[in-house]
Design a protein around this ligand. Structure first.
Ligand code: GDP
Length: 532
């Protein structure tokens, strides 16, 4: 049990997520960060990708392949006096709400770029989410051991596509077969990269750049080129300014090879030095707007993710709570703000990478898993008094709407329960049309339907069929009661309710939304919904 104050404990937390385009090396980097942090002892190459690799958490992939104890959504390790919480974001191509919500719990993000590819579509999408939430970004340019783009071109791309000032802290010497290492621009020393034939963990120690010893690592041409590049970049790029980084205008840039465990220690050091501890969070307390500081006495937090138990025989779910303040201790009672229900948190799950010891306390920045039977939902605010409410986590209007039927009509009742369960977890959204018996399921990406069918079959023994629905768009409605009733009365066949019984308008096309918006100017057609 820590004797430090909640403020002091919060100050040594670094809670971050990794964002990247598939195949840029997120899994490999995760593994190597855990290695650098002393959380695991050996990293191997993550290979043998199964067919369904994209449908699974990347960590489950690591768990399967490495046999280490990785539990779902967060990994905690204590390193160099700091507590790092690494949040997993799903590794598949479909941009999911799950990813978005996980990012709401991150205080910083590492953006991994493949050095040969630069910024890819998924990187951009995820970056935009981070920007929306003012999450500071650290850049890691990966795969320098392969033929890479010119590092200046990569920096240009960061500046032009992301409108972010790149501030390299290191500068690479070559790439691919000619990758020799990198210059530490702050300390003016060279970090040699061991030849790929080595096992990857035995990179020689740093040498002063201007020393004679440099000739063992670089020939004169290479040395000259590196010197020139480093000079140029220091003239061209703004110097790293921690404040500008925290405000989201600048990104420190690291280079390396996750696979060869090169540059990863430096990245971790950079995260420790520059990534922010949890900050005060906007909230309402007893209805009054306020900010909850990490050092406040009352324990508060919000649920950003709910996951079904890994054990399919149990219907338990684990709610992931990001703590925002106070000292949480095991056995503590917390109240759910919107329902007033009280919960004794006797068996919180904490996710230590190295050993599974039950932590006795946790602080702002940490994530604890709370097993429950559906009491907790995504977006719930928990606190000791039950009076604190954090801004809701939005639901997004789905991009695909399908009708779902169960093959065995006798199981229709079960289907309803199962669909509600998955909707409460935030896997998919569920709409019940006012007319007709079929449910409409909405998701942001096609993959979510596959995951859903899989889970319905495995966890609920339900064989379902998804069919196209006539709808292309869903919008939540807002406005005065009389205006809403007028609209809904005239569009009964296109009205549905979501799992919170909120009215939703289902449209056959985006054009239709435009059309009704013009005809009903007093009704708002909203793309996102925050839970009331
Ligand atoms: P993810 O899809 O972003 O999680 O990417 P992975 O970590 O699974 O990596 C994708 C592929 O790139 C795998 O074959 C990795 O072995 C490989 N890879 C990852 N990092 C590096 C690196 O630094 N150098 C090289 N050469 N390959 C890498």
């Amino acid at each position: 049990m820590s004797s430090n104050s909640p403020a002091a404990e919060a100050a040594r937390r670094r809670t971050f997520a990794i964002i990247s385009h598939p195949d840029a090396g997120k899994t490999t980097l995760t593994e190597n960060l855990l290695l650098a942090g002393g959380a695991i002892r050996a990293a191997g190459q993550v290979r043998a990708r199964g067919e369904n690799r994209r449908t699974r958490s990347d960590w489950m992939k690591i768990e399967r392949e490495r046999g280490i104890s990785v539990s779902a959504s967060v990994m905690t390790f204590d390193h160099d006096g700091l507590m790092f919480n690494l949040l997993d974001t799903p590794g598949h191509e479909d941009f999911s709400e799950d990813t978005y919500r996980t990012l709401t719990a991150a205080d910083a993000a590492v953006m991994v770029l493949d050095a040969a590819k630069g910024i890819e579509p998924q990187t951009l999408k995820l970056f935009e989410v981070c920007r929306l939430r003012d999450i500071p970004i650290v850049t890691f340019i990966n795969k320098m051991d392969r033929e890479a783009q010119d590092p200046f071109a990569l920096l240009d791309e960061i500046a032009s596509k992301l409108a972010l000032d790149p501030a390299p802290l290191y500068w690479p010497a070559g790439s691919g077969g000619r990758f020799k290492g990198m210059l530490d621009l702050r300390r003016n020393r060279f970090l040699p990269f061991a030849k790929p034939s080595a096992d990857g963990h035995g990179h020689p120690g740093p040498v002063a750049f201007q020393s004679n010893a440099i000739v063992t690592h670089l020939d004169p041409d290479e040395q000259g080129e590196l010197e020139e590049g480093a000079m140029l970049v220091q003239e061209a790029a703004k110097p790293f300014d921690p404040q500008s980084f925290l405000e989201g205008h600048m990104t420190p840039v690291f280079f390396g090879s996750a696979l060869r465990h090169f540059g990863v220690d430096q990245l971790l050091e950079g995260l420790g030095a520059y990534a922010p501890p949890p900050k005060a969070v906007a909230a309402a307390r007893g209805g009054e707007g306020t900010h909850i500081a990490p050092g406040e006495k009352e324990v508060t937090g919000f649920v950003f993710k709910v996951q079904a138990n890994m054990d399919p025989n149990h219907r338990d779910r684990i709610a992931f709570l990001k703590l925002c303040s106070g000292r949480f201790t095991r056995g503590m009672k917390l109240k759910v703000q919107n329902t007033g229900r009280q919960l004794s948190v006797n068996a919180p799950v904490m996710f230590f990478a190295s050993d599974r010891e039950l932590a006795e306390d946790a602080f702002a920045g940490d994530v604890i898993g709370i097993p429950n039977h559906g009491v907790l939902r995504v977006g719930d605010s928990l606190s000791e008094t039950g009076t604190v409410r954090f801004a809701g986590l939005p639901n997004f209007a789905p991009e695909i709407l399908q009708r779902v039927r169960v093959k065995d009509p006798l199981k229709a009742k079960h289907l309803k329960k199962a669909l509600e369960g998955l909707a409460e977890e935030g896997v998919t959204q569920l709409f019940r049309p006012q007319m007709g018996a079929d449910f409409i399921v909405g998701a942001v990406g096609q993959l979510q339907f596959e995951v859903m069918a899989d889970r319905l079959a495995n966890e609920y023994a339900l064989e379902v069929i998804f069919e196209p629905s006539p709808y292309a768009e869903a919008r939540w409605l807002g406005g005065e009661k009389a205006d809403l009733e007028d609209f809904m009365g005239k569009h009964r066949s296109a009205m549905a309710t979501d799992i919170d019984e909120q009215p939703v308008f289902l449209a056959k096309s985006a054009w239709e939304i435009g059309y009704v918006s013009e005809r009903y100017p007093k009704v708002r057609f909203e793309r996102t919904k925050e839970r009331a």
